[in-house]
Design a protein around this ligand. Structure first.
Ligand code: NCD
Length: 320
């Protein structure tokens, strides 16, 4: 990764992703130790700015930073001066003045992470901006598939549901195709982006058209909070046409992998028991998320700060 920031998957070549995947292998190993902590980023400070709700992404980044021994600064919109009208720029400059090496930003506006790169000397990592991008989710999903099958080359992946409002769909399609997979977006027309030009994907309008021909079903939540008008007649109707129902699950080949970025609406896009079945990778996705984010933090800090971190310092701490 030549860049100082991670804003979208476009910042990375296939070789960069491969390198991050290999680095992630090391951090998976670290995470399995009795004391899953290494001193690699000791003395570094990372600030987390979350302007949008998040459970797993925020906890995952925080765990990753702590396992690398970085100091963390947490900023919650509800309890900060944002509620007093402070601008994003003033907030970033305030944090910058306190001395941070990096900022992890989640924001409802597409492009916010790129915008703040002007106001900070540190690395900026996009933890999700509007409908636009969620690169670390794409990396952890790529890693999870690679862990299952060794490589994504030739893998047939259907991303099913509310593609239009999903930054996960956009970043995942970019990462999966870059790594050699064939991606199909499965959605009603009302839930597809107006142009599919940026992606090398095919489109299907019913889950039944793809279900017998895929290696992976990647299910998405209906992002109600981003929808202006209801894009489907009813959720029940949506489930009937696009949900991974128990009946459809019965029909799946035994080795089809089922993924979901969370938060899940069990019973809507995915039948209640499917995520916990042997085909379900949801727990692997969450577990790998920490190691992938360790790799990203490590990689960015090692190129932007002290060069002595350019080689992984991932030996076990004394006594571990
Ligand atoms: C997603 C997000 O916030 O973009 N969740 C996540 O980060 N794991 C998807 C969603 O909100 O549905």
């Amino acid at each position: 990764m030549g860049a100082t920031h991670l804003l979208t998957i476009d910042d990375l070549s296939a070789a960069d992703i491969d390198e991050l995947m290999r680095l992630t292998d090391s951090f998976v190993e670290v995470s399995e130790r009795r004391i899953p902590k290494v001193p690699a980023l000791r003395g570094r400070t990372v600030a987390f700015l979350f302007y949008e709700d998040s459970t797993r992404t925020r906890l995952s980044f925080e765990t990753a930073a702590k396992r690398l021994s970085a100091d963390t600064m947490n900023f919650s919109v509800g309890s900060s001066s944002v509620s007093k009208g402070e601008s994003l720029r003033d907030t970033v400059q305030t944090i910058q003045a306190m001395g941070v090496d990096g900022i992890v930003l989640r924001h409802k506006s597409a492009g916010a992470p790129k915008l703040i790169t002007q106001w900070t000397d540190g690395s900026v990592i996009n933890a999700g901006d509007g409908w636009h991008a969620h690169p670390t989710q794409a990396l952890l999903d790529t890693y999870t598939l690679r862990q299952q099958r060794g490589s994504l080359t030739g893998m047939r992946i259907a991303i099913v549901g509310d593609i239009k409002h999903s930054r996960v769909a956009r970043s995942n399609a970019a990462a999966f195709t870059k790594m050699g997979a064939k991606v199909t977006f499965v959605a009603p027309k009302t839930l597809l982006p107006s142009s599919l030009e940026p992606w090398d994907v095919t489109v299907a309008h019913s889950i039944d058209d793809v279900i017998d021909e895929v290696d992976v079903l990647y299910m998405l939540r209906m992002q109600m909070e981003r929808q202006e008008r209801s894009p489907v007649p009813s959720l029940r109707e949506y489930t009937r046409q696009f949900g991974l129902t128990a009946q459809r699950f019965q029909r799946l080949n035994d080795d089809v992998l089922v993924m979901h970025p969370g938060p899940m609406n069990r019973g809507v896009e995915i039948a209640a028991d499917v995520p916990d079945s042997v085909n379900g990778l949801v727990t692997d996705q969450v577990r790998n998320g920490v190691a992938v984010r360790m790799a990203v933090l490590f990689k960015l800090f090692s190129t932007t700060s002290d060069p002595s971190f350019s080689k992984p310092t991932i030996a076990a701490p004394a006594g571990a």
